[in-house]
Design a protein around this ligand. Structure first.
Ligand code: DLL
Length: 434
């Protein structure tokens, strides 16, 4: 059994929980001193850091939300001075503004360590050649897996995403033994590999796929098409990035690195913590993170924690595949998209000839997400010539791309052609079966 850090990964729970308690007390104190948003929430509850003695007091603490990252944009939630922040990452927020995360040197160490644990637990190490085909840049996928792969002493191919033909050629020529990308891109790559009939030229043995929900059925298909074992990895920008948790060789849930991130499952309606093993919304507290710590951050991901000891010997709880969200965030081709962002862009064009009636249609064709937006034109604009309609479609498409960071097909449709609802408007039709 290979561990990256056996001491921490197999620590008896009693010892682990004592450590969590100690770090939680430390973290709450420094957040209270350095983060205005957190201090205000504690003050509102009449709660002082001295009243937090350990993890048993976790439920007393206030929650934090994605909205906080917007309200305190860009650096208001940082708990370390800017001179100690050595890296910034970002992902989509609920409106046009991105959410920003800051990392100290030590945070980058913790992050790389988390990713290294996942890569080691699926059997990778020195001598492996890891092709990282997650996007590099502000998105945490590329640099996150990159850091972990370097840490374990593997050879890294920093491919980034896109250019499928080149991806496959590179995998073959450079003899990549592992692939990291989104599961939907892995499906597509698998299909192309089959179409080209080059599976026997691949040296791949493992794939580490995450950033979006995927099913056991998808796992089987990817494994067959690429001739590999496919593993799940989870993470989010607000908490650190990929490697908050990941599967081990038993492919039976993702071990959460609880010496850094304390998970809780809450009832999203009553906000009460649920007993371990129940399904609910996942909440994280980062107990070692310095740059942008999060106390009881509501991820909005719905899942279940499994406390049953794993055959691999790791003592950290496993989270089962997240299979839904308690908000309306969509993940399209690995990019987080909020309908509110789209609405905001469309509202900017209502003077220009469209109405606020629209529908977002997401589907999956040939293993790739399709993203269409139908928008009704106003009666006056509808009478216009084809040229101006196409011009407006182009303008809306360009604006959406710059706000969302992903392309959508915009179709201006005739007035009153989108079905009206008697209750809430059904703005999003997600036809994907995951
Ligand atoms: O997606 C980080 C990441 C990169 C994870 C590469 C894994 C691999 P964000 O862009 O902030 O960060 O999106 C985070 O994506 O709250 C989940 O809803 C979803 N998500 C991430 N991993 C998984 C997964 C990255 N394995 C949001 N299964 C999270 C299901 C996932 N959903």
């Amino acid at each position: 059994m290979a561990y990256w850090n056996e001491h921490w990964e197999t620590m008896p729970r009693e010892e682990l929980e004592a450590y969590q308690s100690e770090k939680l007390v430390w973290q709450v104190k420094r957040c209270y001193e350095n983060v205005e948003c957190f201090r205000n929430r504690m003050d509102e509850l009449g709660l002082t850091p001295e009243e937090i003695h350990g993890i048993e007091d976790l439920p007393k603490l206030p929650f934090s939300y994605k909205k906080d990252l917007r309200d305190y944009y860009p650096y208001g939630l940082f708990a370390a001075p800017m001179k100690d922040i050595v890296r910034i990452h970002a992902s989509s927020g609920t409106t046009g503004k991105r959410i920003v995360a800051g990392y100290t040197k030590n945070d980058l160490e913790v992050w790389a360590d988390g990713a290294a644990r996942v890569l080691t637990s699926v059997g990778l190490g020195e001598g492996d050649i890891i092709q990282v085909s997650y996007g590099y840049g502000l998105f945490t996928g590329g640099l996150g897996l990159h850091g972990g792969a370097e840490k374990i002493g593997a050879t890294v191919i920093p491919m980034s995403s896109g250019n499928t033909a080149l991806q496959i050629q590179t995998m073959i020529d450079l003899k990549a033994t592992a692939l990291c990308c989104t599961p939907s891109y892995a499906m597509y790559l698998g299909e192309e590999v089959q179409r080209l009939g080059v599976q026997d030229q691949l040296s791949l043995k493992a794939g580490i796929f995450g950033a979006e929900p995927w099913s056991e059925e998808m796992r089987r298909q990817i494994e067959a098409a690429l001739g590999i074992r496919a593993y799940d990895i989870y993470g989010l920008t607000e908490i650190i990035g990929p490697g908050v948790s990941g599967e081990c060789e038993y492919q039976a849930g993702m071990h959460v690195w609880e010496d850094h991130f304390i998970p809780e499952i809450i009832d999203p309606d009553t906000l009460e913590p649920l007993p371990v093993g129940s399904e609910g919304e996942l909440v994280f507290t980062t107990i070692t993170k310095e740059g942008m710590p999060m106390i009881r951050y509501r991820t909005r991901d719905i899942c279940r924690l499994d406390p049953v000891p794993c055959k691999c010997g790791r003592t950290h709880y496993r989270m089962m595949k997240p299979h839904g969200r308690t908000d309306d965030m969509l993940i399209i081709r690995g990019v987080n998209v909020f309908p509110s962002q789209i609405e905001e862009v469309l509202l900017g064009f209502t003077m220009g000839g469209i109405t606020p009636n629209y529908q977002i249609i997401v589907d999956r064709v040939n293993h790739t997400d399709t993203f269409d937006i139908n928008v009704e034109m106003s009666e006056e604009f509808f009478a216009d010539d084809m040229k101006s309609i196409e011009k407006l479609e182009g303008e809306i498409t360009a604006k959406l791309r710059s706000v969302l960071g992903i392309g959508a097909k915009v179709h201006l449709v005739s007035p009153k052609s989108i079905a009206r609802s008697e209750g809430k408007a059904k703005r999003v039709i997600d036809k994907r079966k995951i």
